[in-house]
Design a protein around this ligand. Structure first.
Ligand SMILES: Nc1nc2c(ncn2[C@@H]2O[C@H](COP(=O)(O)OP(=O)(O)OP(=O)(O)O)[C@@H](O)[C@H]2O)c(=O)[nH]1
Length: 252
């Protein structure tokens, strides 16, 4: 049974900062955002968690394996290196969607994203060591079938980008609404979803939905583990097996 631990990361008072004392150069904001994402990816990833950039001012992390002290240390590291600070809401549950909603509530209850006095909130709870199991996290790694042959080598770069984004938009909404899952574009033609206990039929259903809605064929590898890294790594291996066997849904 999954028990996903989700951390919502929100940059404190970022909107006002981007225009104070006057609008900051866009390239500098883009650089700050991507560097902060890279650092968080390392800080969380070194502890076997995953971070997804989502909107950059808000990021979603899967943090099974990290405790509250780990979270506090990451906040300190960001505070020492960046002109901004970050707040963390941490929640757990069998449904990643509900866990993220709970994590969001913790941050929203502490004040607005544009509240000068709301800084470095660290609220919520983690899964205690004694309660951790090997199937706490289910990760699904989706990939567009033959993206290179159909899109990358065929269309101009923007046309290919639109096709991949359409598949992502269709999959992210359907997995969220029908299967209680959080899906994130991770580059190329890859989408990683954090899922509750889903079976092969659920993945078949999602793949069929994307094909019906967009005409794009995706394949998925699914893995479980006690941490996002373990689950995600198993998912990558399953995807390789799916490619070799030409199956669309493969569990590790
Ligand atoms: N984030 C991430 N990106 C990947 C991964 N594997 C491939 N990619 C990206 O996906 C692009 C396409 O590679 P593939 O998915 O292997 O190529 P494909 O043409 O779709 O071929 P098949 O998947 O075998 O049908 C690459 O250029 C990378 O940008 C991965 O494990 N993680």
């Amino acid at each position: 049974m999954t028990n996903t631990q989700i951390t919502l990361i929100q940059i404190d008072n970022y909107g006002p900062w981007t225009v104070t004392p006057e609008p900051r150069r866009e390239v500098d904001l883009q650089t700050l955002q991507s560097r902060l994402y890279a650092d968080l990816s390392q800080l969380v990833g070194n502890r076997d968690g995953y971070v997804f950039f989502t909107r950059f001012d808000n990021m979603v992390a899967v943090t099974n394996g990290l405790d509250m002290d780990d979270h506090a240390l990451i906040q300190e590291s960001v505070r020492n290196r960046y002109p901004v600070t970050v707040s963390f809401g941490v929640a757990t549950g069998t449904s990643p969607v509900h866990a993220l909603a709970d994590a969001t509530n913790l941050i929203q209850d502490a004040g607005s994203a544009q509240d000068k006095s709301r800084r470095e909130i660290l609220d919520g709870r983690v899964i205690e060591e004694a309660f951790r199991t090997d199937d706490d996290v289910q990760i699904a790694h989706f990939d567009v079938v033959d993206a290179t042959g159909k899109y990358t080598d065929e269309l101009d770069a923007f046309g290919a980008f639109i096709e991949i984004e359409q598949a992502y938009a269709s999959l992210m909404r359907y997995m969220y609404e029908a299967h209680d899952s959080l899906s994130f574009f991770v580059g190329g033609d890859n989408i990683i979803a954090v899922c509750p206990d889903l079976d092969a039929a659920a993945y078949d259903d999602a793949i069929e939905h994307v094909l019906d809605e967009t005409g794009i064929q995706v394949r998925v590898g699914v893995g479980e583990g006690s941490t996002p890294h373990d689950a995600g790594y198993a998912a990558k291996h399953a995807l390789e097996v799916g490619r070799a066997d030409e199956s669309l849904v493969e569990f590790h």
